[in-house]
Design a protein around this ligand. Structure first.
Ligand SMILES: [Fe+2]
Length: 265
């Protein structure tokens, strides 16, 4: 009898798992089609040929006034329209809000178009000295909005571990950064260890920060009450294929941002 109950339980579990996988496959197919449409209908000139190719020798570059004012204003307006973010809290390490890739695909096509822009990826490729492309659809961190707007929102020292076969890069574009620190910015400062020194990287709005997070250890200091810092975070890599253990490890890492649903999304 016990044996039969066990066998029945296994069949039910296997069926549920198979159904969940099928649903995800269908969802990704729909999202892939949606991104193809977005790429066709939202193409725009980002004006990036205004910039010289930055020097990536420290594995981190900063480009102020990254987008032309009008392009940045549109992107900012589309991001500020989004619904409230998912909140995450990892004791003593991380606190803040995040809007995931999946939500952006559904609600912010212009933001997805910006990330998927060949002009943007060409700029990143030239900067890092290797051809990069967006990271995959099932990676919720590929494109996300990070929100620091409650007292002590922060993230402690960490690396952005590389869960792909190729090299992996993070690009941050601050959308809002306002508070009572110097220059009217918030106290949430990006600090990176570069050449053995801790360096505060200015993240004023419309300043691109592109870095290789697997090499550059970094943190964001706590924000003060009444301050706000909203960052568009994008990742790209030289080879988006991943080994099975890398995919599993990435999903566990993503639970810190998106909760346990990251294990099956
Ligand atoms: Fe990071």
């Amino acid at each position: 009898m016990l044996l039969e109950v066990g066998a029945l339980g296994s069949v039910v579990l296997a069926g549920a798992w198979g159904l969940a996988r099928l649903r995800r496959a269908r969802l990704y197919e729909t999202q892939r089609n949606r991104i193809a449409v977005i790429r066709r209908t939202h193409a725009q000139d980002l004006g990036l040929n205004r910039h010289a190719i930055p020097d990536f020798s420290t594995h981190l570059v900063r480009v102020p006034n990254f987008l032309p004012a009008a392009v940045f204003a549109r992107l900012r307006a589309d991001i500020l329209h989004l619904q409230p973010a998912e909140r995450s809290f990892v004791p003593a390490h991380k606190k803040g809000g995040t809007v995931a890739y999946e939500t952006l695909i559904g609600e912010a096509p212009s933001v997805v178009a910006y990330y998927q822009s060949p002009e943007l990826m060409d700029f990143f490729s030239a900067a890092v000295g290797a051809t990069v492309s967006p990271t995959p659809l099932d990676d919720q961190s590929s494109l996300s909005v990070l929100i620091y707007d409650r007292p002590a929102d922060r993230i402690g020292w960490h690396y952005d571990h590389d869960f792909y076969r190729g090299r992996h890069f993070t690009a941050l574009l601050p959308i809002v950064n306002e508070g009572s620190a110097e220059g009217g910015l918030s106290h949430a400062e990006l600090v990176a260890r570069l050449d053995g020194r801790e360096v505060v990287v200015n993240t004023a709005p419309n300043t691109l920060v592109l870095f290789e997070g697997a090499v550059v250890r970094h943190k964001v200091t706590p924000i003060d009450a009444g301050e706000r810092r909203i960052i568009l975070s994008m990742t790209c890599c030289t080879d988006p294929r991943a080994r099975a253990w890398q995919s599993v490890a990435r999903r566990f890492k993503d639970t810190a941002y998106y909760g346990v649903r990251a294990l099956w999304t």
